[in-house]
Design a protein around this ligand. Structure first.
Ligand code: DAK
Length: 262
């Protein structure tokens, strides 16, 4: 598939490499239109299905991860059209079907749908230039791709209400304090640092990586007791993998593990 709105490449070496998707509509600060979301979904699913890929990174430009859904594409839509077409629901949640880890590398603006897209990734590493916000209220709408649901889970009710009701932005330092991002790095080293994190994940055993991601996601979707039962079963299952034997044997022999992803 050839892409018009994203750049797709692989980075790193070894059995598992990193799939890098760069959002690429610089003139519109990577505003997310239908075509871009179709392409992003296709690229994510292709990497997820590729045995040579162990981790995926979604990045934007220095100026913007993404400044939101494309306002020019939705400005004149009518109620009837958004209901009947299932407006942008269609291709916005492909990310949630990806089983491999997806890291958001955020520099500059991550606003509206851009912030929501970053929150759909498994974790966010931010440049010190990053600015997060849900400014939809300022254009007469509300967040529609999970902002009212994922933001409170990430930063708590008070800050989420503040962000969603005022539309203000938060900088990288505030986002890290609030737990929205996992780490902050200097803007000029963002990609390098995120790729190093991804490379580290690529070297770990894929069965345990997929299982760990699924377990953490369960923490957001059900009661604690059910999450604990799920985690315990998943934990037991990993004793059926060669990687568990290899990881523990390597530790005891004081050598580096050679995970075979099985
Ligand atoms: N859409 C379209 N174009 C955009 C854009 C956007 N969201 N953001 C920026 N641009 C364009 C600008 O129009 C401008 O284009 P030209 O005039 O040069 O042609 C160019 O990018 C550069 O922007 P500025 O000239 O405005 O640059 P500044 O540095 O002055 O300001 C800014 C940067 C990010 C503060 C500003 O551009 C801004 O406020 N942008 C809009 C931010 C915003 O309101 N975002 C939220 C949009 S609503 C859903 C899924 C998703 C959504 C809803 C539902 N479902 C699954 C149901 C999401 C909704 C949204 O995201």
């Amino acid at each position: 598939m050839t892409y018009q709105n994203i750049l797709v490449e692989t980075r790193g070496e070894g059995a598992h490499r990193t799939g890098l998707v760069t959002l690429n509509r610089p003139k519109a600060l990577n505003a997310l239109n239908d075509a871009l979301m179709d392409e992003l979904g296709a690229a994510l699913l292709a990497f997820d299905a590729d045995d040579a890929i162990g981790c995926i990174v979604v990045a934007g430009s220095e100026r913007a991860f993404a400044a939101g859904a494309d306002i020019s594409a939705m400005a004149r839509l009518e109620y009837r059209e958004v209901v009947l077409s299932g407006f942008i629901t269609r291709n916005w949640e492909t990310m949630l079907r990806v089983r491999k880890p997806v890291i958001a590398a955020v520099a500059g603006f991550a606003l509206g749908g851009g912030c929501e897209l970053a929150m759909m990734c498994d974790f966010i590493i931010a440049a010190d230039s990053a600015k997060f916000g849900q400014p939809e209220i300022k254009i007469g709408i509300i967040p529609g791709a999970g902002g009212t649901q994922r933001l409170p889970r990430a930063v708590g009710k008070s800050k989420a209400m503040d962000m969603v009701l005022t539309g203000r932005m938060m900088d990288a330092a505030e986002a890290e304090r609030a737990g929205l991002v996992s780490r902050i790095v200097p803007a000029d080293r963002l990609l390098e640092e995120v790729l190093a994190v991804a490379e580290g994940i690529c070297q770990l055993g894929l069965p345990s990586i997929l299982t760990a991601k699924e377990c953490v996601n369960r923490a957001f979707e059900g009661p604690l007791t059910e999450g604990m039962v799920y985690e315990r079963e998943a934990f037991h299952r990993l004793f059926a993998t060669e990687d568990q034997k290899e990881g523990m044997d390597a530790f005891l022999a004081k050598r580096k593990p050679d995970f075979r992803h099985r």
